[in-house]
Design a protein around this ligand. Structure first.
Ligand code: TYD
Length: 133
């Protein structure tokens, strides 16, 4: 799972970061959603997408995202508004360790479609196996 460090334009008035579709991230953005107020620090995610490409970053606070594509497991700590992780299709992902001020922003290349989700890990393994057969 690739991470991108955005350059920020910094001066005495603070920092400015821009995310440009097709430049900073490798897809066009059709949807933006954000997760906040997880003050109970309950884990989220526990799914993979069949086709959706996403990019995630914490505009405030921090959280971990654990990834598993059945070849490799990776844990990414999102702790800066400059740090973006790309979430390609067919990667199981789980979000953990939400700070109480965490606002996790997700950019996606398509609108919400429940049929694109795989929410069961056994089903995910079967889906990948069928793709490789
Ligand atoms: P879900 O993707 O399951 O969140 P998480 O994996 O972080 O727990 O989404 C939670 C609920 O919100 C689910 O009922 C689907 C709905 N939802 C939308 O309506 N639109 C969206 O863009 C997203 C991401 C979720």
């Amino acid at each position: 799972m690739k991470t991108i460090n955005l350059n920020s334009i910094r001066d005495e008035k603070g920092e400015l970061c821009a995310i440009e579709a097709g430049r900073s991230i490798p897809f066009d953005i059709k949807r933006v959603y954000y997760i906040f107020g997880n003050t109970n620090n309950l884990p989220r995610g526990f799914h993979a997408h069949k086709k959706l490409n996403q990019a995630a970053f914490c505009i405030s606070g921090s959280c971990h995202i654990n990834f598993d594509d059945l070849k490799e497991q990776k844990k990414v700590f999102l702790d800066s508004p400059n740090k973006i992780v790309l979430i390609p299709p067919l990667v199981w992902h789980e979000m953990h360790n939400f700070s109480s001020d965490c606002i996790l922003v997700v950019l996606a290349n398509d609108i919400y479609d429940e049929d694109d989700y795989i929410r069961d890990f056994e089903e995910f393994k079967l889906f990948i196996k069928n793709q490789n057969d």
